[in-house]
Design a protein around this ligand. Structure first.
Ligand SMILES: C[S@@+](CC[C@H](N)C(=O)[O-])C[C@H]1O[C@@H](n2cnc3c(N)ncnc32)[C@H](O)[C@@H]1O
Length: 228
């Protein structure tokens, strides 16, 4: 185990004084970049098309954009396109010659996302791939991305991480969504069938020497890590 991993921080005010509350999140949201009308409409249209409302939220999108910009990312790989919300948001944070390669197993989601990308302000910057995440990732070259965002079936996360560690360059960014297991991570008896997979993944990633990462409490909890 690397130094510091698993250490408790008794001097951390936010933990000791219970400072992080729903009110603090509202306070953050009120000061975060607003969702624009295009993404707002995308969310509505997706729901109307029968696509579930499980995309990242605007605060998380704004946070990911800051991470990508500060990392100077140009190439991003995503597993889990859904309606294209996060892919479009990420593409906006990349330079003009940047690209998001995003993968979804559901052809309906991929088609919807492709239409939205075409109508967006980043039409040439998102490539939608249809297929099982791990199969498509295997076709991507080593060190061909600066960042990865994993946001699909939780049972697949260990395999996606393995592929992304290969695809993302050293020092690149690894982001993984739903670390709080749909809010049920601390439940004694979670009802969601994917929580066990999230728990096992979190425990493994917390000990993974290849990634310096931590769970950031936005949305449903997101791992943010840098590849060593
Ligand atoms: C939570 S949604 C992604 C949300 C999207 N990242 C966003 O924030 O806008 C998860 C997506 O993963 C897709 N998915 C599920 N299993 C998959 C697999 N084995 N390979 C690729 N995609 C998969 C689903 O079809 C769904 O569209």
């Amino acid at each position: 185990m690397s130094p510091g991993r698993g250490v408790r921080y008794p001097g951390d005010m936010s933990v000791e004084q219970g400072l992080i509350t729903a009110q603090h999140y509202r306070y953050i949201a009120e000061r975060a970049q607003r969702e624009d009308s295009f993404l707002e409409a995308l969310r509505r249209d997706a729901l109307a098309a029968g696509i579930p409302a499980i995309s990242i939220g605007p605060i998380q999108a704004a946070f990911i954009q800051i991470l990508l910009r500060t990392a100077g990312a140009k190439e991003v790989v995503e597993v889990g396109t859904l309606a294209g919300y996060s892919a479009i948001a990420m593409a906006r944070a990349l330079p003009d010659d940047g690209r998001v390669r995003t993968i979804d197993i559901e052809p309906k989601h991929a088609r919807f996302a492709e239409d939205k990308v075409a109508a967006s302000d980043v039409p040439g910057k998102v490539e939608v791939h249809v297929g099982a995440g791990v199969d498509v990732l295997k076709t991507f070259d080593d060190d061909s991305a600066d960042a990865a965002f994993i946001d699909a079936d939780k049972g697949g996360y260990p395999a996606y991480l393995e592929e992304c560690v290969r695809i993302v360059r050293k020092g690149g960014l690894i982001m993984v969504d739903n670390a709080f297991g749909f809010g049920q991570i601390l439940y004694d008896a979670p009802t969601d069938p994917e929580v066990a997979a999230v728990r096992a993944f979190n425990d493994a990633l917390g000990e993974d020497e290849r990634v310096d990462g931590m769970i950031v409490p936005f949305g449903d909890g997101m791992w943010v890590g840098a590849l060593r």
